[in-house]
Design a protein around this ligand. Structure first.
Ligand code: DGP
Length: 116
């Protein structure tokens, strides 16, 4: 069994967070350390620690991350101007929480993809 992180507690609503969407596969909530006017995390309800751990059995939930991202972007009013989706993996990717998640960032011009 993969180890739980703080995200499991958020998904089960055991600790407070600003949840913007939840269904049987994923939960989306605002990042506590927002880097843009819209910064939402979309998280599979089941624990998948990193992208390295995904399997074919996860394809439905991984697809759901994208359909929910598009829905949230529309609701947040950032779909037309655009936004960035990020999934960090492991140390070099800058991953801090080992429960796979997609960041949706938008609401301002984000600039170059990587810090120079
Ligand atoms: P990453 O570096 O890709 O693992 O991003 C983890 C993000 O999770 C980071 O931007 C901050 C956010 N985060 C960490 N702990 C919490 C929390 O308790 N609540 C919320 N809403 N966000 C959190």
């Amino acid at each position: 069994m993969a180890e739980e992180t703080i995200f499991s507690k958020i998904i089960r609503k055991e600790i407070p967070s600003d949840i913007v969407y939840q269904d049987e596969l994923v939960t989306a909530f605002r990042d506590i350390n927002a880097q843009a006017p819209t910064h939402v995390l979309i998280v599979p309800n089941k624990i998948i620690p990193t992208v390295n751990d995904v399997t074919e059995a996860d394809e439905a939930v991984l697809g759901r991350l994208f359909t929910v991202a598009a829905k949230i972007a529309e609701e947040e009013g950032i779909a037309r101007n655009g936004y960035r989706l990020i999934i960090n993996c492991n140390k070099d990717g800058g991953q801090e929480v080992y429960h796979l998640h997609m960041h949706i960032l938008g609401g301002r011009r984000l600039g170059p993809m990587l810090a120079r």
